[in-house]
Design a protein around this ligand. Structure first.
Ligand code: ZN
Length: 135
């Protein structure tokens, strides 16, 4: 049976990273590790590590991205939680057997060889859940 290892990151949608940093970095005192451009997701992502988990601030860089539409519809806030799993294929098989609604039925190959897949929020009581398997 596939196993969840830890929370990898929590992703928050923001309209503007610099503005959001006034809370996350300046008020809370979290360290900004770096800001990365994610052209595939048409967004920029700020990484703020906390105890082995990362808070990610995701800002859309184009009006037609999924993230931009999400922001327009719901405003800034929680976007998804990402769980690291030891075997993503096995986990997806396990979830399919339990009729869990998936956005990705097969893992998607991401940057640096990591594999990911999203679980539909309808299956997870309103929370978008991402699964990660690191290489
Ligand atoms: Zn993520």
């Amino acid at each position: 049976m596939a196993k969840i290892k830890k929370i990898d990151h929590v992703a928050l949608v923001v309209g503007d990273i610099e503005t959001a940093l006034s809370f996350w970095r300046d008020a809370l005192g979290l360290k900004l590790e770096h800001i990365q451009d994610a052209p595939r997701e048409k967004s920029a992502i700020a990484f703020l590590p906390v105890g082995g988990v990362e808070v990610e601030l995701v800002q859309p860089t184009s009006d037609d991205s999924g993230i931009a539409k999400y922001l327009e519809k719901r405003g800034p806030g929680m976007h998804h939680i990402c769980l690291e799993v030891d075997d993503i294929e096995a986990m997806l098989t396990q979830l399919k057997e339990k009729d869990v609604q998936l956005i990705h039925k097969e893992p998607v190959l991401g940057d640096g060889g990591k594999k990911y897949a999203f679980i539909h929020p309808k299956a997870a009581f309103g929370v978008l859940v991402e699964l990660y398997e690191l290489p």
